[in-house]
Design a protein around this ligand. Structure first.
Ligand SMILES: [Zn+2]
Length: 281
């Protein structure tokens, strides 16, 4: 198996209201694409993340606040989807993975959350991967919104190289702690986005990591809500640039922002086709 996909039908049924409508149609398009017909790309049913790991990542107060939240269960299932995808990659069963989610994670800090996020799926997964003996990670956040929650977790952790692309302006680099903010402005087009991504990946080229995550928000599409002005052509190019930079190390795409059904129906199968080495399919 080359690519693992983790999915659960609850993401489309019980996911955050803005995010959930895209889930089932995009998954159905993927099923019809022919990509999953052989053994190379396989789908796994996501399971909830272990509660003790969620509680280890977040503060007691945040766990208490979330106790009665209507999205709590689907957020734990979303973190479990990312964790399952990463475990499959970390154990060498697949080289790459794509994790569906029903809530996002990058605005969830240790003690608070906003913006369709409840628990930080990637931070919880890194706890698990460190239990398994992995230590160093690359996170490339291409969602147009600033990944403040992920930064809260890893701002002091030089073993996590965090590239945070966002719609603000200016660049801020903290090379000692491996935190890189790349503001390309709201309205950024394909060329601007891809050239900034290429330069950002260049910064990471001497960083030795064991597994890479991509916080993949397609709210960057011009028809979607996130504010970048990307068109469909940008997404396979983005995936290819990241894949070239990651090489033969593990790579996990984590579904983040985005609500447009017609965008998800195209960009998710396109990205998975790149991950499977089948682009153009
Ligand atoms: Zn976003």
């Amino acid at each position: 198996m080359l690519v693992a996909i983790t999915y659960h039908e609850d993401f489309g049924k019980r996911g955050f209201s803005v995010l959930k409508e895209r889930i089932r149609p995009s998954f159905e398009k993927l099923m019809q694409s022919g990509l999953v017909d052989g053994d190379e790309v396989q789908v796994f049913k996501a399971k909830p993340a272990p509660l003790e790991l969620v509680a280890e990542a977040h503060t007691t107060a945040h766990m208490a606040n979330m106790q009665t939240d209507p999205y709590r269960e689907v957020a734990i299932l979303s973190a479990g989807s990312v964790m399952m995808a990463a475990e499959i990659v970390a154990t060498g069963q697949a080289l790459r993975a794509f994790a569906y989610t029903g809530t996002a994670g990058h605005h969830a800090s240790r003690g608070s959350c906003w913006g369709f996020c409840y628990f930080n799926d990637v931070a919880i997964t890194i706890l698990r991967l460190r239990q398994m003996g992995l230590q160093r990670f690359l996170i490339v956040d291409v969602d147009p919104h600033f990944g403040d929650g992920t930064r809260d977790f890893f701002k002091g952790d030089a073993d996590v190289f965090h590239i945070n692309m966002h719609g603000g302006t200016g660049e801020e680099h903290d090379p000692l702690k491996n935190n890189y903010d790349i503001g390309i402005g709201f309205g950024a087009n394909n060329e601007r986005f891809l050239s900034a991504l290429k330069s950002a990946l260049e910064l990471a080229k001497d960083f030795d990591f064991q597994l890479a995550f991509v916080i993949f928000g397609h709210d960057s599409h011009q028809d979607d809500y996130g504010g970048f002005d990307l068109t469909f052509e940008a997404y396979p190019k983005m995936a290819q640039l990241i894949m070239d930079a990651v090489g033969d190390k593990g790579l996990v795409f984590v579904l983040s922002g985005g609500s447009c059904v017609h965008v998800a129906e195209r960009v998710i199968p396109d990205v998975i086709s790149v991950l499977a080495g089948r682009w153009p399919s």
